[in-house]
Design a binder for this molecule. Structure first.
Ligand code: NAD
Length: 455
């Protein structure tokens, strides 16, 4: 059983904490916690229900030494991932880091160099890959049913509940998060790389902030609003509000700890000091000739995505509605509606059909629980190449970094000009041929769009 320490015990760390004290308690031992905020360390220990050694950032190496940590889980804000990844590697530990691997080309190089020098491993928690539905789409592409993919269209919609959240706290400045092209889209660029089995070569991007602006806040009737939701004069009628007191988790994690570091979890989403985009587009050229068209917006009425691959033998589309709408007071749809997915395959000169979908439970399209099993219990037989290392983290982050560079000049940016010698990831084994998909999934479960089934 390996010994784990976690650095950064904010929101995301609870997925790992919960696993290590719950379902995966027999797979790994939680031996240390490190955070700059003593209040959040208190909250984490209260959640765990037993004392765990706790350390301040300047005692990170002391923690690794005293606790015999073998794997460090990095869940701090994006702009300090690289610092902790490198410190952990240099101490002789392996690392599991949250996405994005890091935010800039220089630290991609630092991580690659430290990994080579130390021989230790880095895993990036690209939980989106592990979702059963996205894995099925990977199987479709690997099967060759639609031939060689030539182009892709990927549109991701963040709603006014989830999307707004990136405009409230540290994510809302490029210096902290790299903007949504890095912070959020790293998931999507990784999915494209993994689905296509290649890396990007060139990016041309556009991005603007068109919605989370002071004038839009005024136009929506929120004049006289405060700098944060707590105590805001328009709180009761604002559909963008974050109601911290209504959540015990948010209260213990942020409201009761803000006196230590001034971290305000509920800053107004219509503030003037935000500098990230809420509306982004990119054309991405891949090494294998595929061209992808990517769109991300963060102020939609609904949450979900659509991805389409066009190949030499046909077309495959995955349509997801994670949440159809948000309540007028900003709460989620209540009672919660299940996420819906549809994968449609349209071969040339034949009827199109929908694939029967595998069950997927839990957060992030069912990806989180599958990933935790892989990370903590058993990484063998990784048939679809789910487990991502620092090379995959680098190549997805580089797309966003190139997109940001393209925003600055309006010109296409070649990834090779940003970072040299970044090794190419092993995205997946060789394609396994059309028969395999039929073997694995009972053909009787494939419904044609007109209601018949494949026999
Ligand atoms: N994969 C996913 O679906 C997913 C979802 C949410 C967040 N994330 C990622 O998880 C990471 C954390 O996000 P979050 O929402 O938990 O943020 P958060 O602000 O809630 O937590 C960050 C924690 O890091 C601590 N911290 C800040 N500076 C530190 C330092 N110098 N040393 C030690 N600790 C420090 C903070 O006090 C806080 O407790 C981010 O990288 C984010 O991109 C991933």
């Amino acid at each position: 059983m390996k010994k784990y320490a976690i650095v950064g015990v904010g929101h995301r760390s609870y997925m790992y904490l919960g696993a290590l004290v719950g379902e995966h308690a027999a797979d790994g031992e939680l031996v240390g916690l490190c955070d700059s905020n003593p209040g959040r360390l208190d909250a984490a220990i209260a959640y765990i229900g037993r004392p765990v050694p706790r350390f301040a950032p300047d005692a990170f190496e002391t923690m690794l030494a005293e606790t015999g940590t073998e794997r460090v889980i990095v869940t701090v804000p994006d702009n300090i991932h690289a610092e902790y990844i490198v410190r952990a590697l240099e101490f002789g530990c392996d690392v599991i880091t949250e996405k994005p691997l890091t935010m800039d080309a220089v630290s991609i190089g630092r991580i690659a160099e430290a990994r080579r020098r130390t021989g230790r491993a880095v895993i990036v928690g690209f939980n989106y890959r592990y979702s059963p539905v996205r894995t099925l789409l990977k199987q479709v592409l690997m099967s060759g049913i639609i031939g060689h993919v030539q182009s892709a269209t990927f549109e991701w919609l963040l709603d006014t509940h989830h999307g707004a959240d990136y405009f409230r706290r540290w994510h809302r400045t490029k210096a902290n998060s790299g903007g949504l092209f890095v912070h959020k889209a790293t998931h999507h660029f990784d999915l494209l790389n993994w689905w296509l089995g290649t890396t990007a070569r060139r990016v041309t991007a556009r991005g603007r902030r068109v919605f989370y602006l002071p004038e839009i806040g005024d136009a929506l009737g929120f004049e006289g609003r405060g700098e944060r939701c707590t105590g805001c004069p328009v709180f009761a009628r604002c559909g963008f509000r974050l109601d911290i007191p209504s959540s015990r988790h948010l209260t213990s994690l942020y409201a009761e700890t803000e006196q230590h570091d001034g971290y305000l979890r509920d800053k107004c989403v219509f503030s003037a000091d935000i500098d990230i985009e809420d509306s982004m587009n990119a054309i991405i050229d891949y090494q294998n000739g595929v061209v992808a068209n990517y769109t991300l917006t963060a102020y939609n009425p609904c949450e979900g995505y659509r991805v389409v691959f066009d190949g030499t033998r046909g077309r495959a589309e995955l349509l997801n509605v994670e949440r159809p709408y948000v309540q007028p007071d900003g709460r989620l749809v209540c009672p919660a509606l299940p996420e819906t997915n549809r994968i449609t395959v349209q071969p040339h000169f034949a009827r199109s059909y929908q694939l029967a979908l595998p069950p997927s439970d839990g957060t992030h399209g069912g990806g989180d629980s599958v990933m935790l099993r892989r990370l903590f219990r058993d990484a063998s037989n990784d048939q679809y190449g789910h487990v991502a290392d620092d090379r995959a983290g680098a190549w997805s982050a580089l797309v966003g970094i190139a997109a940001n560079a393209s925003l600055a000049t309006g010109m296409p940016v070649d990834l090779a000009t940003l970072a040299a010698d970044v090794p190419t990831p092993d995205y997946a084994p060789e394609p396994f041929g059309p028969q395999a998909i039929w073997r694995e999934f009972d053909p009787a479960r494939y419904a044609f769009l007109d209601g018949a089934t494949i026999m």
